[in-house]
Write a protein that binds this ligand. Structure first.
Ligand code: GUN
Ligand code: ZN
Length: 432
């Protein structure tokens, strides 16, 4: 057994915080410890308690005064868009056509995809993200490169070969048949191999014919345990065009519903402009609205209405959406999400933000028993967070007296520099 003990200020959520001072929503130990063995957390609690359970001579790594938390989870990101981020466009459709659909064609080349798989996971880990749900490109080889690299690093990663058979350059389209067949191959090659999870990934209704959405629905029926990821109601022009392509549908959400894609496994990227009927349908299906704040601001897509989503009973997640998004950091993402709600007159508590980036996103992915907390029995994907990582943070930290203030400081001023250490399945990783 490869055991080690991490000592630090441990923070783990037990449920969504209902108020800014909801202290029952988390477990915090000022002098805490985690015992790790065989990729899992085997004991958690105060240092005195956990050291008593550890074998004599166990390796102890002291992270105090840093916070030890579950690694961040990014439930919506595009693997082939590292070189799309920071592209100057007026809106979503212009951005897709001018930059994104050009760049993604390069992932037809396996050597290119392999190079970027390395760069992609390096960047996620530098930002403390230990699990992501990613869209690969339309090419099966891009999913192969993604999952092979995730397996090599023993990372728990979710991904899918994008299905898209129209309204994109020829070199970036599959067919209803090949999209189905290639997804089947990706599932049999990678799902459940190492820590990999495959997601059924029809890009969005604009780039899928009815026949392809039918095929995606068949995949969802044949593999009910798999996540489904797609985009929904991000931008007004996108919505208008979508409804022209599917004139029989009641609304955008109804398109996915008709093809059996609106289920509790569905991760609906953006979900900004929704009618009451759509909110109710999404809530009833148990699907997840994935908020992507830096992307929504960058592309000018709209201001996600978190309060309305909540009162409608819709499950939520929060993600970077690189390359529409402008930061790989979940700390930057939490900050921008906070500011969007400020503009809407709704204040999100720091406890809720950090719950969302860890346990909340884990629950949205249906993986709360494995990732997103520091509970014994879960996978040992852990980060150490430094709230005094920069001179400006260190100065502000001098006046911080509570955990909530420290979290808010991390969220407001923090970024990759605040990630002082990352453990994947119990092993320290280099993020140099
Ligand atoms: N809608 C369809 N594809 C995409 C994409 O790659 N990024 C974003 N932000 N929206 C999309
Ligand atoms: Zn996206």
């Amino acid at each position: 057994m490869n055991e080690r003990l991490l000592r630090g200020r441990t923070l783990s959520f037990v449920r969504r915080p209902e108020a800014r001072d909801d202290h029952a929503s988390y477990v915090f130990e000022e002098d805490g410890a985690l015992l790790l063995a065989d990729g899992r957390i085997t004991a958690a609690g105060s240092y005195d308690e956990v050291i008593g359970k550890a074998p004599a001579g166990v390796e102890v790594i002291d992270h105090r005064p840093h916070l030890l938390m579950a690694g961040f989870i990014d439930p919506h990101i595009h693997f082939p868009q590292m070189q799309v981020t920071a592209s100057y466009a007026a809106n979503l459709l212009e951005w897709l056509n001018t930059y994104t659909f050009v760049e993604e064609q390069r992932f037809a080349d396996s050597a290119h995809a392999e190079r970027f798989a390395t760069l992609f996971f390096d960047e996620l880990l530098r930002n403390g993200t230990t699990t992501a749900a990613a869209y690969c490109s339309v090419h099966k080889g891009s999913a192969d490169a993604y999952f092979a690299e995730a397996a090599r690093r023993n990372l728990l990663m979710i991904g899918g070969k994008v299905m898209m058979d129209r309204n994109a350059p020829e070199a970036l389209t599959d067919t209803a048949r090949s999209g189905y067949d290639d997804t089947k191959s990706v599932i049999s090659d990678w799902h459940g191999k190492a820590r990999n999870h495959v997601a059924i990934t029809p890009r969005f209704a604009i780039t899928s014919t009815p026949a392809q959405l039918e095929a995606a629905g068949a995949l969802a029926r044949e593999h009910p345990d798999l996540l489904i990821q797609t985009h929904l109601s991000e931008n007004h022009a996108e919505i208008a065009y979508t409804l022209e392509l599917y004139p029989e549908a009641k609304d955008y959400t109804d398109i996915y519903s008709r093809y059996g894609l609106l289920t509790e496994k569905a991760l609906l990227g953006h979900a900004i402009h929704l009618s009451d009927r759509e909110m109710a349908a999404i809530a009833e299906a148990g699907a997840v609205a994935v908020h992507c704040p830096t992307s929504n601001l960058f592309l000018g897509s709209g201001l996600f209405d978190l309060q309305r989503i909540r009162t409608s009973g819709v499950r939520t997640a929060m993600a970077t959406d690189i390359g529409g998004g402008s930061s790989y950091s979940m700390l930057r993402t939490l900050d921008e999400a906070y500011k969007i709600q400020q503009l809407r007159g709704f204040r999100v508590s720091p406890l809720e933000s950090f719950w969302q980036a860890t346990r909340g996103n884990g629950e949205a992915l249906g993986l709360a028993g494995r990732i997103g907390t520091l509970e014994p029995g879960t996978d040992a994907d852990i980060i150490a967070l430094d709230a005094a990582a920069t001179p400006a943070m260190a100065i502000r930290m001098e006046t911080v007296t509570t955990l909530e203030e420290e979290l808010f400081l991390l969220q407001t001023l923090g970024d990759d520099r605040s990630i002082s250490k990352v453990y994947v399945a119990g092993e320290p990783v280099s993020t140099e």
